[in-house]
Design a protein around this ligand. Structure first.
Ligand code: ZN
Length: 197
């Protein structure tokens, strides 16, 4: 019998991961020695490294550098249409869409590209859209300490599109509001108007 694998202490080797893909290929009834398929285990493991690169990154590092010279700007900062590409933890099927993130600075701001990287850190893991939304908002709240945070994600889930219920056009929307956005419904309305506008 094979020993139990714990994610943290004993990661399987690359060869073991490739063997696992080969096993799946055999299990579906395909011939893993066929020319077009022979290199597939190697390619799939390499793709997995990209899909799940978020496990080796952390939000604290990305949000470590902030700027205090904002010229007295105290309005919200909204970045719209950030690409979301993640994988559902239930089927490993992709879900893809857009994230819209706003925060109200409390004397310091973060480079705009960092918001895109922040989405990537959490999206490049096995996820649910709900948790992805919460983790992005909570990280901004924790490391940037703004007055408020709003996160809006809309995404299509391929596990719904191409299997099961075959919902081709269903769009899942999740939101999380913290601080001033949680307290102030007018701020939430403004945010939603800007996201849709
Ligand atoms: Zn799924």
């Amino acid at each position: 019998m094979k020993k139990k694998i714990s994610l943290i202490s004993q990661r399987p080797s690359r060869a073991e991961a490739e063997q696992a893909v080969r096993t799946l290929i055999e299990w579906i009834g395909e011939n893993p020695e066929r020319e077009g398929v022979r290199e597939t285990p190697r390619r799939v493991v390499k793709a997995f490294e990209e899909y799940f690169s978020g496990y080796s990154q952390n939000a604290a590092e990305i949000l470590a550098k902030t700027f205090t010279e904002v010229g007295g700007y105290d309005g919200p900062v909204l970045v719209k249409n950030l690409a979301v590409e993640s994988r559902c933890e239930h089927h490993l099927a992709p879900f893809v869409g857009r994230a819209h993130i706003a925060y109200v600075p409390d004397g310091r701001v973060v480079g705009l590209s960092k918001l895109s990287r922040l989405v990537g850190v959490y999206a490049s893991r096995m996820q649910t859209q709900e948790r992805l939304t919460a983790e992005i908002a909570d990280a901004l709240d924790k490391y940037l300490k703004p007055k408020g945070v709003a996160v809006f994600i809309e995404a299509e889930h391929f596990c719904m599109k191409v299997r099961g219920v075959s919902e081709d056009h269903a769009m899942t929307v999740t939101t999380r509001f913290l601080g001033s956005y949680k307290k102030d419904s007018a701020a939430r309305e403004d945010f939603l108007k800007m996201v849709r506008g």
